[in-house]
Design a protein around this ligand. Structure first.
Ligand SMILES: NC(=O)c1ccc[n+]([C@@H]2O[C@H](COP(=O)([O-])OP(=O)(O)OC[C@H]3O[C@@H](n4cnc5c(N)ncnc54)[C@H](OP(=O)(O)O)[C@@H]3O)[C@@H](O)[C@H]2O)c1
Length: 319
């Protein structure tokens, strides 16, 4: 049986999704507030989260890495690899890396931490706040069966989680991470429409919420096609074809945005490698690349080693 309550949970970044996850860890009884350690570059954000939830604020990401067993990466995608390079030497065996960052691959994370730690990359979504999230995930290559059980137990805290191939993460992000922004306007429009026609605002909002939640639960649980369920209702007034076009376009646009983020992260990673005089080949580890360079260019090896140490201490994300 997996025990989650004896861990310390760290957050790199204390923004919206870190807050949702921290709130859920506390409300579910998995962690006491003081066992959640967070650092955010933005002092006001950090202060707000620490005082609202009673978390332990850390002066830097390295302190988070040193004090935590499970490390949630909750900084913006382009900050993810630099943060991992910053904390790399503070990591230790036995830790779990849980990345919430859109568009950053498990291979990029493994390359940046240079340590065979288990990595899970998940697509968080905001309803995780109340344990009703939908968090698709994929696993890094150092996850053993014991780690896998721990990861699934942890993800269950936030809601249903489904393992998917990593090449489907972008489209899943467009669906589930962005997803609440598709549903919130429906709830609001339905509640507003009913309020304008005389229903009290409170009743209208809770009725709209239950309507959306109940309809979705019916689709998930009734075992009948959506059309068959819809045909059981006598009055249809929504232009369903127009609604469909609207949502297909929204998911498609979100997918393109996530793909663009993925490309930016990959380009930044490649540029960082190029800065060290190396060519990044996908999934080729830094050590392997170094070995190739060492064999091809023995005379420049000492310069590269020195440059590597310089970069590491200067705050650049690449060694
Ligand atoms: N929100 C969601 O529903 C959602 C869903 C799926 C995935 N995600 C992923 O989750 C991550 C965080 O998203 P978010 O919505 O929580 O963003 P957010 O609200 O902007 O929070 C990110 C926080 O990280 C801080 N930060 C930036 N660089 C940092 C560093 N080097 N060290 C420590 N803190 C740093 C930011 O500070 P500044 O504001 O000063 O830059 C900001 O306060 C992103 O990678 C995103 O792709 C979020």
């Amino acid at each position: 049986m997996v025990v989650l309550t004896d861990r310390r949970y760290g957050f790199f970044g204390g923004g919206a999704i870190a807050e949702a996850f921290a709130r859920r860890l506390i409300a579910s009884g998995v962690a006491r507030p003081e066992h959640l350690i967070v650092h955010d570059l933005n002092g006001a954000t950090l202060e707000r989260l620490v005082s609202a939830l009673g978390l332990a604020g850390a002066p830097g990401n390295r302190a988070v890495a040193e004090q935590s067993d499970v490390l949630f990466i909750a900084v913006p995608p382009l900050d993810t690899l630099p943060v991992l390079a910053q904390v790399r030497t503070a990591l230790r065996d036995g830790q779990l890396i849980a990345s919430l960052a859109a568009g950053v691959t498990t291979a990029q994370i493994e390359l940046a931490i240079e340590r065979p730690l288990p990595v899970v990359r998940l697509i968080p979504n905001l309803p995780s706040w109340i344990g009703q999230g939908m968090n698709p995930y994929c696993l890094g290559r150092h996850v053993n069966p014991g780690d896998g059980a721990q990861i699934r137990a942890l993800l269950d805290v936030f809601g249903p989680a489904v393992e998917i191939p990593e090449d489907q993460m972008a489209v899943a992000t467009a669906l589930t991470a962005v997803g609440p922004t598709y549903v919130f306007p429906i709830v609001r429009a339905l509640a507003d429409a009913a309020t304008e026609r005389g229903l009290s605002p409170d009743v209208a909002l809770s009725a709209a919420c239950q309507l959306v939640a109940g309809s979705a639960a019916l689709v998930a649980g009734a075992g009948r096609p959506i059309d068959a369920l819809a045909s059981m209702i006598g009055i249809h007034t929504l232009d369903e074809a127009a609604a469909r076009r609207l949502f297909v376009a929204a998911v498609s646009d979100a997918h393109a945005k996530v793909e663009a983020v993925t490309s930016k992260v990959a380009a930044a990673a490649a540029a960082a490698v190029a800065g060290c005089g190396c060519v990044l080949v996908e999934r080729l580890t830094w050590k392997m690349a170094c070995e190739i360079v060492r064999r091809m260019l023995p005379s420049s090896w000492s310069h590269m080693s020195r440059a590597s140490r310089l970069y590491a201490t200067s705050g650049s994300w690449w060694p």
